[in-house]
Design a protein around this ligand. Structure first.
Ligand code: PEP
Ligand code: MN
Length: 369
């Protein structure tokens, strides 16, 4: 796969790192055109993104304006000269968007990437169209599934091909909407040394105020570009309202990123120690999130025990926990005294939380999502 083309060479003048921005969904002609004008006047975004068809987790959510939005994007292209990227979830989307002449780039979204049959069908529809394609990571941190989607698209003759890291669905609540697990996109870089990796800090963070810190991390790790959600009026957005930046916030994000950029392409020799530290950081955050989820359940158990007059500590249960976790730790290569001490600490904290549950305990209030 040596002929995969780096994203900065897909089109002229996009610079490096490549900036893709625009609303989560195309909602109206006014929203699309206003947002695009603001981005064009900033001058650092050369590729405009907007979801025309939106795969949503719940059937009642806004699922995009469909074909009608293609005309609005044609206007964006004509007025601003920006390159247009849209999401393809079915072969029909590819065909319609190609026919309209509007889509220069397609991305395949996380939900779709998780289904190899869908990826095959979309890849076939893209064959011979000359369009560039970005493959988002699947919802789960399954590097084979992500790699397989990249291989399927490449197999349809597409060499202007990039990967987008948008994070992975977390277990329970976490600081960010999705877990970064930086080791996975770094693994993609190891497997496909020529592929550009684009960071999507918007879907990863899930919250506009957290987008800059994620983007900075991504820049340090050596991502080759950014796909950022920007809406002219985020409070009125019909999808992903909390994570979309205003055009003004986008411009200050760009200032911050460009100030922090060393000017060295991410595909230059990779700093092994930094890469390993990033993996450790990512795992530590996940550990903390898991422990927090465990304590939240402890609080619910405390509430249940209080209501049913059950004593907080049952010695058999604790002995069973200690025995089974130490055995599991051992088979995972952990030192026995370490696992014992760690479980004791966890259990101690859990008992403390259960004991402190008062009659008004309300998990929603005490641990707002
Ligand atoms: C999107 O980019 O708007 C989108 C739907 O992303 P994802 O597939 O990453 O959820
Ligand atoms: Mn979105």
């Amino acid at each position: 796969m040596d002929d995969i083309v780096a994203i900065e060479n897909w089109f002229e003048g996009t610079g490096y790192p490549v900036i893709i921005a625009g609303p989560c969904s195309a909602e109206s002609e006014e929203q699309v055109v206003d947002t695009a004008r603001a981005l064009a006047s900033d001058g650092r975004c050369h590729i405009f993104r907007a979801g025309v068809w939106k795969p949503r987790s719940r059937p009642s959510s806004f699922s995009g304006m469909g074909s009608e939005a293609l005309g609005w994007l044609a206007r964006v292209k004509e007025e601003t000269g920006m390159i247009v990227a849209i999401e393809a979830g079915t072969p029909g989307h590819v065909e319609e968007a190609i026919e309209s002449g509007v889509a220069d780039i397609f991305w395949i979204g996380s939900r779709t990437v998780s289904n190899p049959f869908s990826v095959d069908e979309i890849a076939e529809a893209l064959r011979g169209t000359g369009r560039a394609v970005m493959v988002k990571n699947p919802l789960t941190p399954d590097i084979d599934l992500w790699s397989g989607a990249i291989e399927r698209v490449y197999g349809a003759g597409i060499s202007r091909l990039a990967a987008v890291h948008r994070g992975f669905s977390p277990f329970g609540r976490s600081r960010y909407r999705n877990m970064a697990k930086w080791e996975v996109p770094l693994g993609i870089r190891d497997r496909f040394p020529h592929i550009s990796i684009i960071s999507d800090p918007s879907h990863l963070a899930g919250e506009a105020s957290l987008v800059p810190e994620v983007a900075e991390r991504a820049l340090k790790i050596g991502m080759d570009g950014f796909m950022v959600e920007v809406h002219h009026d985020p409070d009125r957005a019909l999808s992903d309202r909390r994570q979309q930046l205003t055009p003004v916030a986008f411009s200050s994000l760009m200032d911050r990123l460009m100030a922090g950029w060393s000017g060295v392409s991410g595909r230059s020799p990779y700093d092994m120690l930094q890469g390993l530290r990033d993996q450790v950081d990512s795992i530590d955050y996940q550990l903390i999130e898991l422990i927090s989820a465990r304590m939240e359940i402890a609080a619910r158990m405390g509430e249940y025990k209080r209501r049913h007059n059950i004593s907080i500590v049952q010695i058999e249960r604790w002995l069973d926990i200690a025995r089974s976790r130490v055995a599991h730790g051992r088979s995972a290569g952990l030192d026995i005294p370490f696992t014992e001490a760690f479980m004791k600490l966890l259990h101690h904290e859990s008992v403390k939380i259960q004991a402190s549950v008062d009659s008004d305990h309300n998990p929603e209030r005490d641990h707002p999502q």
